[in-house]
Unconditional design. Structure first.
Length: 163
């Protein structure tokens, strides 16, 4: 096998491997119709709503959790009804900053001329959920005595030997 054939085989196998992945920034070939990514932060918690413009009814609404991103893309002609829902929306919720991955959720939706994306910012600040591995840490507010919390509480009895 010559070098050109080997290079072509490697390039084709690489493209086939990446065909199932999605890059929210457009990956190797960005263009304006490539998809959308919405990141939710503490000071800008985001709610994304998609409307069917024929009746102004929402068909998808998600409060994107703080510290996460919603990445979605539309596949034209992949819906279940050629008139009402001709397209399919694929989406995933990832940690903020994720640049590639699989869009594992889907729903059929109106065509490109009949849908609108609404980007709304919820009241801020909004805090991230505590990761499960941090729930039982020593400095957690859950493990503090009542007098140490913002609500306050009764101080413990002082030991007469340490006064």
């Amino acid at each position: 096998m010559n070098r050109t054939t080997t290079f072509a085989l490697v390039a084709v196998s690489g493209m086939l491997t990446l065909a199932g992945c999605y890059g929210p920034r457009g990956a190797a070939y960005p263009y304006s119709g490539n998809g959308y990514t919405y990141v939710s932060t503490e000071m800008n918690p985001v709610t994304i709503t998609l409307y069917d413009t024929r009746n102004e009814e929402p068909f998808f609404k998600l409060d994107v959790p703080v510290g996460k991103q919603l990445t979605l893309n539309f596949l034209e002609g992949k819906g279940d009804d050629p008139v009402e829902r001709p397209d399919r929306m694929v989406y995933s919720i990832w940690n903020a900053g994720t640049s590639t991955g699989r869009l594992t959720n889907q729903l059929t939706c109106p065509g490109i001329g009949c849908r609108r994306i609404s980007y709304d910012i919820r009241a801020a600040p909004e805090w991230r959920e505590e990761p499960p591995e941090m729930i039982n840490r020593v400095e957690s507010m859950k493990n503090k005595p009542a007098w140490w919390t913002p609500q306050g509480g009764e101080l413990p009895q002082q030991n007469k030997y340490y006064e």
